[in-house]
Design a protein around this ligand. Structure first.
Ligand code: XMP
Length: 319
């Protein structure tokens, strides 16, 4: 893609101009956005970049290990996996308010980065894969007043004391453009095609109070759901799909016993940029088969429902 090749060269130059001989620490989430940002910055400044992947205990099944393996296999950039899951989960335990969850996660991220920056003798810049739609924090539908819908943990200022500037090379791009740029930078197709995953992770797919047990249940249900989507050949058609664990228990029957377990909601949408979205019209066989597998294989779930809300009026995530 000619225009992306030109954009790549232009951004590389811009990053060099901004960073000079400074040190950059990059928050790698394992998503396409931060990965593309990291690769672009690595191309621009090489060893001046250190990438940190914070495992906040809110990732999907095997995700942290898979991401580290992909980078080690294909690239030669400095990447450190920091397991901060106990710290995040202990501070989130029991938290039910969506905005408090997002803010707590954002604050802990900053704390971890501060500590990691110190360990490498200080960093002058913090890099993030912020996209244009993330920047438009306030969304105004049908000409109505502007309202903040959700705090994005990766948008907004840094604490003064951090004394770091932001490097955000993707701030002008939409998701589809980032994917083109990722291909340009040699990211494997399987990685580029990955569904978006929010920074606050499973915390915002676990409405009601967060517990380790609920996160475990959700992680298992989500893995089965995505497995079925892949097997059905639907992964690339769907823009984003995930399971949500509802804080509601309902009565069921299994064998000859009564069960009283959680409800799992499945979400799948088509979209171009995440700003608007339509629910995905699965056939009922797919939904029935997936529900049966989740209920049979995941201890703690005895009922599955499908979310048929588009955006607007719903958001893609539940929180
Ligand atoms: P909503 O739920 O606002 O989501 O319709 C739109 C898209 O943004 C993702 N999302 C986030 N991504 N940090 C992120 O990096 C966040 O805090 C965040 N919240 C939502 C969401 O998964 C969807 O793709």
């Amino acid at each position: 893609d000619w225009s992306m090749a030109a954009y790549r060269a232009e951004m590389v130059q811009k990053i060099r101009d901004q960073v000079g001989s400074g040190k950059v620490i990059c928050a790698l989430s394992g998503g396409v956005d931060s990965s593309v940002a990291a690769l672009l910055i690595h191309e621009a400044i090489g060893d001046q970049l250190s990438c940190i992947l914070v495992d906040h205990g809110l990732m999907r099944m095997n995700e942290a290990a898979d991401v580290v393996a992909m980078f080690r296999e294909h690239y030669n950039l400095s990447l450190k996996l920091v397991d901060a899951s106990d710290r995040f989960i202990s501070q989130l335990e029991g938290e039910a308010d969506p905005e408090t969850k997002r803010k707590t996660i954002g604050r802990l991220f900053i704390e971890v980065f501060e500590e990691e920056a110190k360990k490498i003798g200080g960093a002058d810049f913090l890099a993030q894969g912020t996209l244009y739609p993330d920047v438009i924090e306030s969304v105004s539908f049908s000409g109505g007043p502007s309202v903040t819908i959700k705090s994005h943990h990766n948008v907004g200022g840094l604490p003064e004391r951090m004394n770091m500037q932001l490097v955000e090379p993707l701030r002008e791009l939409f998701k589809d453009e980032v994917r083109v740029l990722g291909r340009e930078l040699g990211l494997p197709d399987s990685f580029i095609g990955r569904h978006p995953f929010p920074g606050p992770g499973l915390a915002i797919r676990c409405p009601g109070g967060i517990t380790r047990e609920k996160l475990d249940i959700l992680r298992q249900a989500d893995a089965i759901y995505l497995d079925e989507i892949r097997k059905a050949g639907l992964y690339d058609t769907i823009w984003q799909a995930f399971a949500v664990l509802l804080p509601v228990q309902t009565v069921g029957v299994m064998g000859d016993g009564r069960t009283y377990e959680f409800v799992c909601a499945l979400r799948a949408v088509t979209s171009v940029d995440g700003m608007t979205a339509d629910f995905y019209p699965y056939d009922m066989d797919f939904l029935g088969k997936t529900a049966t597998r989740i209920i049979n294989e995941v201890k703690g779930i005895n009922r599955v429902v499908y979310d048929v809300t588009s955006k607007p009026p719903g958001t893609i995530e539940w929180e």
